[in-house]
Design a protein around this ligand. Structure first.
Ligand SMILES: C[S@@+](CC[C@H](N)C(=O)[O-])C[C@H]1O[C@@H](n2cnc3c(N)ncnc32)[C@H](O)[C@@H]1O
Length: 305
């Protein structure tokens, strides 16, 4: 095992994005499902801007899509984006500058920092720009990274306006063939006998546990996507090695880094037990994330979703 250095990690991530349809599936979810949850929030009545906070925005592909979903409310939109990776933030800025739909109506305040640092600036209402409540907070595929999950979750929940909504997405264990493959691998190598080595990877269940404990109602949707792992089975494929490294680092039930030799072989055997093969010979595994939605003021009459 070895540590993935930053540049190599970025390459493995790029390989994962190339091989899976998560991005398109999530964009589709935002376009088709999010508007349903926004219905009935009565945001049209006011002339002040709609305020959005995006935490861990990455290159802004989802943030800009969400801003567009809000355009029909015919109010100005102020987006606060938080992202610690400067290169991702630059991509986000370029994306906004190139998008004519956003011009004029949507403004962006980019914060080059991690969530914890930003949360510190919220304490005691120190920020004039955020002293009014936020209409939408979204945290997409990023809560794996915060130091204290409950603290971050509750800080942003506290930031919501009474008519506000919080959207979280995080990997789900439901129907997750990759997770099943890792569990199988661990059983075979008897790694599950060493609980101290257990990975702290977070799943949507960790969010649900906090919300339930706090008595905060939520809606949850399970969203399935697929990753094509065919290259991983090709012995000399560099692309396959990168993809497998990324999968080990982010999708396992504990943190693995580069697997070699018999461990790699054993993992591939486990993966092949759970994957599907299509007529063109493509080998894919099913993964899923949960979209969790929390209203600051619970819906009295429920919501038809
Ligand atoms: C998997 S990406 C998701 C990006 C984006 N939300 C999306 O769905 O396309 C996770 C992002 O979280 C950022 N990140 C990592 N640690 C963070 C932290 N402590 N606070 C805020 N963002 C963080 C990473 O730089 C990365 O851009």
């Amino acid at each position: 095992m070895r540590t993935l250095e930053e540049n190599y990690y970025a390459q493995t991530l790029a390989e994962f994005i190339r091989c899976c349809d998560q991005e398109i599936v999530m964009l589709n979810w935002i376009r088709t499902r999010l508007p349903i949850y926004l219905q009935g929030l009565h945001w049209k009545r006011d002339r002040t801007p709609l305020r959005i906070i995006g935490v861990g925005s990455g290159n802004g592909i989802m943030d800009t899509e969400i801003a567009k979903i809000m355009l029909p409310y015919q109010r100005d939109i102020d987006c606060t984006a938080i992202e610690p990776d400067i290169e991702e933030l630059d991509r986000f800025k370029r994306r906004v500058n190139a998008d004519k739909m956003l011009l004029g109506q949507v403004s962006f305040d980019w914060n080059h920092c991690c969530s914890e640092e930003f949360e510190g600036t919220l304490e005691g209402n120190k920020r004039d720009d955020l002293k009014f409540g936020t209409h939408l907070v979204h945290m997409l595929q990023m809560l794996y990274h915060v130091r204290d999950l409950e603290s971050s979750l509750m800080t942003y929940f506290g930031q919501l306006d009474a008519s506000g909504l919080m959207l979280i997405t995080l990997a789900s264990k439901q129907g997750n063939e990759m997770q099943a493959a890792f569990q199988d691998y661990e059983r075979k190598l008897q790694l599950d006998k060493y609980p101290t080595q257990r990975n702290q990877k977070r799943y949507s269940d960790d969010i649900i546990e906090i919300l339930k404990r706090k008595g905060i109602p939520y809606y949850k949707e399970n969203v399935v996507y697929r990753v094509d792992v065919s290259e991983c089975f090709k012995e000399r494929s560099k692309a396959g090695a990168k993809l497998l490294d990324f999968i080990c680092l982010t999708n396992a039930t504990r943190v693995y880094q580069t697997l070699a030799g018999t461990n790699r072989k054993a993992l591939l055997e486990s993966m092949s037990e759970f994957c599907s093969k299509d007529i063109e010979g493509r080998v894919t595994l099913k993964l899923s994330f949960d979209a969790i939605l929390v209203y600051k003021t619970p819906r009295v009459n429920g919501l038809k979703v």
